[in-house]
Write a protein that binds this ligand. Structure first.
Ligand SMILES: CC(C)(COP(=O)(O)OP(=O)(O)OC[C@H]1O[C@@H](n2cnc3c(N)ncnc32)[C@H](O)[C@@H]1OP(=O)(O)O)[C@@H](O)C(=O)NCCC(=O)NCCS
Length: 152
């Protein structure tokens, strides 16, 4: 694992935007122009993707190839205690289903433990079954449900 460099943003930005786009509820995505949405959302997450709200860590393979990355930081809303937050995780398509994702989540949990956190949290789309499987198999459990109802 190594810290992300400026040059890694060329990979991180499109991958993160694609992940969020894919996880948008179908009815919301249907009414959106991709470019308009990207312009809007880039501004919202800039501090997390390249600013000081998070740390970005890259997983490299033996030949220096990028296997994936995690974006990690803190969050706290319901209680005064902050917890670690896994803002994003991504594995290069050619390296999926080989255990890299689980290794990255474990690494993120250690990162959080070393910083004194008692808990690590994350958010995942209901329809992202592979990611949910990864998290649940490593002990993450749903705590609150984010609900929506399209109004006609
Ligand atoms: C989610 C992601 C990080 C997982 O990384 P990965 O390297 O493929 O994960 P692993 O190989 O460690 O584990 C994959 C697990 O999912 C399972 N899996 C694969 N496809 C699945 C599916 N459609 N539904 C449920 N489980 C699935 C695999 O069998 C494996 O589980 P097992 O080890 O218990 O058999 C990766 O797929 C990814 O980058 N996806 C796009 C970005 C994304 O969605 N990020 C999460 C945002 S919340």
């Amino acid at each position: 694992m190594r810290r992300a460099r400026r040059a890694d943003l060329a990979l991180i930005w499109p991958a993160t935007l694609q992940t969020v786009w894919d996880d948008l509820p179908e009815d919301e995505r249907a009414g959106l122009d991709r470019r308009t949405w990207e312009n809007h959302f880039r501004k919202k997450i800039e501090a997390f993707v390249e600013g000081n709200r998070t740390e970005r860590w890259i997983a490299e393979g033996p030949s220096g190839e990028t296997l994936g990355y995690v974006i990690l930081g803190e969050s706290g809303f319901l209680t005064p205690e902050t917890h670690a937050f896994l803002y994003d995780i991504w594995v290069a398509p050619d390296h999926r289903d080989k255990g890299v994702g689980k290794a990255l989540v474990d690494w993120a949990s250690n990162w959080a433990r070393e910083r004194g956190h008692r808990k690590i949290k994350l958010e995942v789309g209901e329809g992202n079954e592979r990611a949910r499987h990864v998290y649940e198999s490593l002990g993450f459990r749903a705590e609150r449900r984010y609900m929506g109802k399209p109004l006609k």
